[in-house]
Design a protein around this ligand. Sequence first.
Ligand SMILES: [Zn+2]
Length: 354
Amino acid sequence: MLITYNPHHHLHQGRQEMFRGRLVDCHETVARLDHVLTELQRRVIGEVRAADPDPAGLDDALARLHAPRYLRFLERAWDDWIALDPSNVERDALPSVWPAPGMRHDVLPENFAARMGLFSFDAGTPIVQGSWAAARAGAACAIGAARIVSSGGERGAFALTRPPGHHAGADFFGGYCFLNNSALAAQALRDGGAARVAVLDVDYHHGNGTQAIFYERSDVLTVSIHGDPRTEYPFFLGHADERGAGAGTGFNLNLPLPRGTDFARWRAALDAGLTAIASFGAQALVVALGVDTFEGDPISGFKLRSADYDTVGEAIAAAGLPTVFVFEGGYAVAEVGINTVNVLEGFSRRSRSP
Ligand SMILES: [Zn+2]
């Protein structure tokens, strides 16, 4: 198994996020990735190398799934934040006003605070000076991993990157995400020749961005196992009755579970997801690998234990598909490395002895 990490991830480190009326320290930290990297170096399961942060065709690949005006916004966001008020250099950029349904989304506001609202859905995702560089290199990391698997170089690859991606849509950021790394990896597998690609999102939170990007497509099946959006973030998408639209009808599967779900029940949902992926006839798989399903996670509510993640990796390997894992959430910082590498180790072991 090949492991590539985003060498520029540390350029993105928000200071504070808005949570229920308070500014609190960001949960999405540099240390998250460093813990995984340390664990990967301790338990050798494959070659670990820094991803090329600027591979050929990267900007074209981003524009396949993300709106050009959104990409321009992200690229210039920090400079525009400073232009709005020079003293902003001391503060992260966070949105505070949004267009409601029925208001205009087509007119690009000149005011930068308004533009931030147009292109976001929460105030928990700060933009800092290095956010664009980190997010762009992270997307490159995910696309690069997919290209390696496409070329037949590896059965499995892991893109270790942050900021995460699965909440980011074609033209919005939120949920600590700017560019949808998992979706970009799926598109790269399609471009590499896989006619049908599945995305399996096992993060605690619904992969709303990934669902939205592929919602009307029949060539990418999106499956997400997550906390029920009636009580859990991102709240406004992720219900079981969202099955796709147009040509994509029947190609989105949501498996919401109640807060407090243990591994036995979660595993049954995983089996249902893998059955759907097999029925779809996927030729390649992207796993949006969040480990915030862990019982000790500070912002989530499932009850998976460290040993369970090894079983998850084995079950995914048993699908028998070329697989790209993309790092998403997971906030119990001390355990995020162990749990992530447990998935990869279970996958690797089962891949070697089918
Ligand atoms: Zn999550």
